[in-house]
Structures are given as structure tokens and as C-alpha cells.
Design a protein around this ligand. Sequence first.
Ligand code: 48H
Length: 279
Amino acid sequence: MEMKKKGMIHMSMKIREIDEHVITRAIIQKAMEDWMNIAETDVVVVGAGPSGLTAAMYMAKAGLKTVVFERRLSFGGGIGGGGMQLHKIVVESPADRILKEAGCKLEQLEEGLFIVDAADLMAKLASKAIDAGAKIILGVTVDDLIYREEPPKIVGVVVQWTSVIMAGLHVDPLGVKAKAVVDCTGHDAEVLSVASRKIPELNIAIRGEKSMWSSHAERLTVEGTREVCPGLFVAGMAVAAIDQTPRMGPIFGGMLLSGAKVAQLVINSILGDKGLKVT
Ligand code: 48H
């Protein structure tokens, strides 16, 4: 009989046997089921940084079928780097409400000013988005848009494995239809850049962000969060790239509030007045 010692983890160590082909079939079948579902969705969020994860969390909570495509094999975007790789993120009110909702451990520095561990922030935001029903697909790059004319409208994205792009292979991508596409790609505003380059009739110009001015940048980022053209929304640092507004450094309240604001705009545009109220 096994002796139970205090503080020890008790579980059977008899590992179940499994054949390799069973593992392969399970992965292929379940991944393909997901992709069959993803092919036509309510919202595509491009980028799993703070703005994208916040947006995904609220849109999924509202019942929208939400998929996040993230180029890297990890989520969090610029959160993980903290401030110059020091593992802390500053958040100002009222964005602390979003972090409390996500279950982050916040320390109040002074009235309306909080600090949080970078790992805590990225893990909890992603976990809440997933729990709410959002699908986060890693290792997939959005490298083009699907559009229609008269009236001009964005109706989806073109996706490719990041590894294929990195290898420089000529492999045709796939298209994913969506009622709304949200550019949360950060400093480079990659989706808007594609729209600016390849759909000139939309008159989208990427002017690039300005130098640092934290408070101003935070306010302008939230104010500039919007539907840029029918079906295409912008949130987070990509707003600064299109509006030529300042950067803010490692303070993230603006990113979170921008994600929440874009979620509300998308919810209103797809579900109308009966949709969830984000704040
Ligand atoms: C799929 C893509 C693609 C693509 C990029 O950079 P992020 O963290 O973006 P935001 O806007 O949510 O947050 C910005 C913040 O992190 C930041 O940089 C701040 C506050 N800077 C201030 C300052 O002064 O510097 O995340 C964007 C994510 C990343 O994970 C990218 O890998 C991903 O988007 N991504 N994913 N397809 N084409 N382009």
C-alpha cells in the first residue's frame, strides 16, 4: 500500500499507452474542425497583444465568434518585454477595471496608478479571452485582406503560416471571411498598411507614430480607436501609426481601453443595440 506523506502529490504514474498514428489523427481532425469553423467567422482580430486580447475577451463575451491570428508562437505582443525588459507594466485608471476583471494582481502605486507583472498580465488576459470563447491561433500571419467594391468593404483576411513566410516559400495562402477585421498589430499597423498599399480607393495613409508623450498618447490612442472603413477597425498602437500621434512607453492603460472600445464598436456594428455593454 502507498504511504501518503504530507505535502506530496499523489497520482498514479502508470502512463497510458498510445500509438503515434492516434496522436497524429487526433491533432489533424481537431485542428481541421477548428479551421472549418474559422473559415467564416464574426470577427478576426489580428495580433494577440494587449489591445487584441482585450478586444477578443469582450467580443467573445458578447457572443461573437472571435478568432485571433498571432504571427508568433506566443501571445502577449509587447507585454512580455515590460519596460526595457524589466518585468513590470504600469496601468492607469480607469483601465485597472479591465485588469481586475481579468483577475490580475495589481499593486496601487498612488491614486489611479497601478503596477502589474508582465507575465501575469499576458497570461490572465489570454486566459480570459479563451475562457470567453475566443480562439487564439498562433503561428499564423495575416498578410492580405479580402475586399468588395461598391460600396468598398473589407470582408475578411488572407492568412499564411508564419513559418512559410519566414522560409520564403511560394505557397498560396487561404482566405477567412469575417464581418469585422480588427488591426491590433501594434507599431507597424500591418493590416492597415496592406489596405493602404493594395486598396488605394480606401484612402488610408500610414504616417507613422510621433515621439514619446505618455499622457497625450494614451488619450489620443483611445480617441482614435475606430472603424477606419467599412469592416476594418483599428485599436492599440496601430492607431498611433495611422494618426501620427505620440508613443507612450510602457504604460498600457491606453492599449486596454482601446481594445475595450473597439470591442464595443464591433459589437454595436454586428449585434446592434442588443449587444453587450463593455463598460
Ligand atoms: C499576425 C501579427 C501581424 C500579422 C503583427 O505590439 P503589440 O503588443 O500591439 P498592441 O497595440 O496591442 O500593444 C502595443 C504595446 O505592446 C506597445 O508596443 C506599446 C504600448 N508601446 C509604446 C511605445 O512607446 O513603444 O502586439 C501586436 C501583436 C504582436 O504579437 C505581433 O506578433 C502580432 O501582433 N502581429 N500577427 N499577423 N500581420 N503583425
